[in-house]
Ligand binder design. Structure first.
Ligand SMILES: *Cc1c(COP(=O)(O)O)cnc(C)c1O
Length: 461
């Protein structure tokens, strides 16, 4: 087939759905740093992880050497209901920009949860069910992960308990109701149902909650109920593993048409969609088979990569979780209240953090009004109403395409369009009303976050 005949949408057939996930860690020379026990500062062993995580998922978390891990048939069958997801050539956007660049986006918003998070939710629910558990607990911020997990648990008949950041619980009732429709029990966090929740409420009365706090409550709920484990929608290496379906499909589709991307762009919150999208490409890069420029895009109001430090840090506010080495703003960092665009976690995946430290990926921070400008432009020309998170990637893809217009370079740009924005209309309303501002934390704001990072020999000393 001629390379000029690339369709608007490259669909793969069901038989081209990946049969295995790709574990990028196997090809990394510098492995991501291991999770540490918060008390002893020693690397965690499998038997220390299994009281919190499902056994199979704990094994995946610790597996730095197996490159391909088979996707069980039950998970593939669920994937078939909404995957392979389309890879779209943004012909209309290219034309509007007048750029010689070729732009593609991998669209993960084609399922009820509205984002890529279902790819890992269904895997985690499957392994919990297979272990014979009664249910799982988790946290959710804006609600995409909780929605995806409640769908996955409904499918496998598992109980699903979601601790939802209180401010979102109150301001985003629609997501809450989607979760409840799928059978999840949703509790606003911090709550008085856990010891750590009661402690936080006592210390900070009137707090509207944070992800780090909801994580602490969900972990406590898992470890204090028989037959329950905790699951997490991002950051962990197992989540990047499951999300590698995004990158594997993208690579199959591009290879089919002989297209080699020059640049791969994704938004980065905890790093799961970007990690999944780039995994097989980074594998090629690490094995010396190809080279790509890879850009992580984060909000200027929560700049873990571009202004964070690379250190072991707490993953949660209550400090009940293992320590992870990552680019972090400190577990007590909370982005300014006017930040609307998601991607508000204080840390970043250990896998991506190591790649960033090794200068194998780059990072950019963008301001939210410019993100919503890109979202609006994209919605009007490509038809999809993008999630604010995804729009961070759109912003940089457009900026790079405009640079190509100046230089005349015909670069091929691929970006991850992680989801749709139907539940983010309060943020869109702010933007449409001209009431959206940009807040960039000062060095003093960041220092307060850094001060809360644990100090021990070899860490922050
Ligand atoms: C959760 C989410 C993200 C960010 O999470 P990552 O783990 O960094 O991928 C991005 N986009 C959407 C639509 C999300 O729901």
């Amino acid at each position: 087939m001629s390379k000029n005949e690339i369709p608007y949408k490259i669909y793969l057939s069901e038989s081209e759905l990946p049969k295995s996930w790709y574990n990028l860690r196997a090809d990394m020379k510098n492995k991501p740093a291991p999770l540490l026990h918060p008390g002893t500062h020693q690397p965690l062993k499998l038997e220390e992880l299994t009281p919190i995580f499902c056994e199979e998922l704990a094994k995946q978390e610790l597996d730095d050497t197996t490159p391909y891990i088979e996707i069980p048939e039950e998970i593939r069958n669920f994937y078939k209901m909404y995957r392979p997801s389309p890879l779209v050539r943004a012909y209309c956007l290219e034309k509007q920009l007048g750029t010689p660049a070729k732009i593609y986006y991998k669209f993960e918003g084609n399922n009820t949860s509205g984002s890529h998070k279902l790819n890992s939710a269904i895997a985690q629910a499957y392994f919990a069910k297979k272990q014979g558990l009664k249910g799982v607990t988790t946290e959710t911020g804006a609600g995409q992960w909780g929605t995806a997990l409640s769908m996955a648990c409904a499918y496998f008949g598992l109980d699903c308990q979601v601790y939802m950041v209180k401010v979102s619980y109150e301001q985003k009732p629609f997501r809450r109701e989607v979760m409840r429709t799928y059978g999840a029990k949703v509790t606003p966090s911090p709550s008085d149902t856990t010891e750590v929740g009661r402690k936080i409420l006592k210390e900070f009365p009137g707090t509207t909650g944070s992800l780090g706090c909801a994580i602490s409550e969900a972990v406590e709920a898992a470890t204090t109920q028989e037959g329950y484990r905790y699951v997490l929608g991002s950051v962990l290496s197992q989540v990047l593993l499951h999300q590698s379906v995004i990158g594997l499909e993208t690579m199959t589709a591009l290879d089919k048409y002989g297209v080699k991307p020059d640049m791969i762009i994704g938004c980065a919150g905890g790093g799961s969609n970007l990690g999944g999208l780039i995994s097989p490409f980074m594998g090629r890069k690490l094995r010396g088979e190809a080279d790509y420029q890879i850009i992580a895009v984060e909000p200027a109001s929560c700049p873990s990569f571009t202004r964070g430090v690379y250190a072991y840090d707490f993953c949660d506010t209550g400090h009940v979780c293992p320590l992870a080495k990552m680019y972090t703003l400190g577990s007590e960092f909370i982005p300014s209240a006017n930040h609307a665009g998601g991607l508000r976690y204080h840390g970043m995946s250990s896998v991506l953090s190591q790649l960033y430290d090794d200068k194998l990926i780059e990072a950019r921070a963008v301001e939210q009004t410019s993100v919503f400008q890109a979202a609006e432009q994209f919605a009007r020309i490509e038809g999809i109403l993008p999630a604010p998170e995804s729009s961070h990637a759109i912003r940089v893809a457009i900026d790079e395409a405009l640079k190509c217009k100046e230089t005349g370079e015909e670069k091929t740009i691929v970006f991850g369009l992680t989801g749709t924005g139907y539940f983010d209309l309060v943020a869109y309303q702010k933007y449409n009303d001209g009431q959206m501002g940009d807040y960039i934390p000062t060095d003093a704001d960041l220092k307060r976050g850094f001060d809360a990072i644990p100090r021990f020999p070899g860490n922050m000393e």
